[in-house]
Design a binder for this molecule. Structure first.
Ligand code: PGA
Length: 252
């Protein structure tokens, strides 16, 4: 019933010319009847050229962050309207690297999510536990709390434009992947939390991705799990053949 969404998070990689080449190379390999949704979340300066290169292909373009104010004296920040006009349809909010290195809190993640949705963007909302929390056995509590805080004030109608990416922080960029069972279980906890907030039908329709060292070798098994509806992929989204293999796993 739910469609797979395979999203690449390029982080601080790829210049505009590299982005254009990647997209035309990838598009050339995609089947005419591509079943899953494909999103590439690219650096800000790549958005316009990437959106241009993606025209007429099944590839959608996203950004990696957005500010919550509409405009003003916020040096270095980008507004939702700017992203939309440049050609972005999606934006990642609350990535653990933003939380770890740039002081993002559940409060700012919530403000950014609300602003992005109000402007008309789709949001890929990232959350997940750190290693100490998993070892302490409090993963479920942590992700339930993040889900509630990050979605505060978001309407049921707006939730239809939200994807939640469950990304255990200990698995990001480390080569350590959550087992398919761990991913399924924690995505299930997130789905139950959303059901408690918005009802079962909204929770059943919600796309929940797994992220954290997903690659061409482990994607099929992770995606086979009931509660895993796609992936947010960092390292393996930077090579067309590896990213295409994950898309193939989702198209099966
Ligand atoms: P990774 O990154 O696939 O390189 O672990 C995932 C992410 O940060 O979204």
């Amino acid at each position: 019933m739910r469609k797979y969404v395979i999203a690449g998070n390029w982080k601080m990689n790829m210049t505009p010319s590299a982005a254009k080449k990647f997209i035309s190379d990838l598009a050339a390999t995609l089947p005419a009847q591509n079943k899953c949704d494909i999103v590439l979340c690219v650096p800000f300066v790549d958005i316009a050229p990437a959106a241009e290169a993606a025209k007429g292909t099944p590839i959608h373009i996203g950004a990696q962050n957005v500010h919550f104010e509409k405009s003003g004296a916020f040096t270095g920040e980008i507004s939702a309207d700017m992203l939309l006009e440049a050609g972005a349809e999606y934006v990642i909010v609350g990535h653990s690297e933003r939380r770890q290195y740039f002081g993002e809190t559940d409060e700012t993640v919530n403000k950014r999510t609300r602003a992005a949705l109000a402007a008309g963007l789709r949001v890929i909302l990232c959350l997940g536990e750190v290693k100490e929390q998993r070892l302490a056995g409090i993963t479920d509590e942590v992700v339930a709390m993040q889900t509630k805080l990050d979605l505060a004030g978001i309407t049921a109608e707006e939730l239809k434009r939200v994807i939640i990416a469950y990304e255990p922080v200990w698995a990001i960029g480390t080569g350590l992947t959550a087992t398919p069972e761990q991913a399924d279980e924690t995505c299930g906890t997130i789905r139950r939390t959303v059901a408690s907030l918005y009802g079962q039908a909204a929770a059943d329709a919600l796309i929940i991705q797994y992220g954290g060292s997903m690659n061409d070798a482990n994607a099929a098994e992770l995606l086979s799990k009931e509660n895993v509806d796609g992936g947010l992929i960092g390292g393996a989204s930077l090579k067309t053949d590896k990213f295409k293999a994950i898309i193939d796993a989702a198209n099966k």
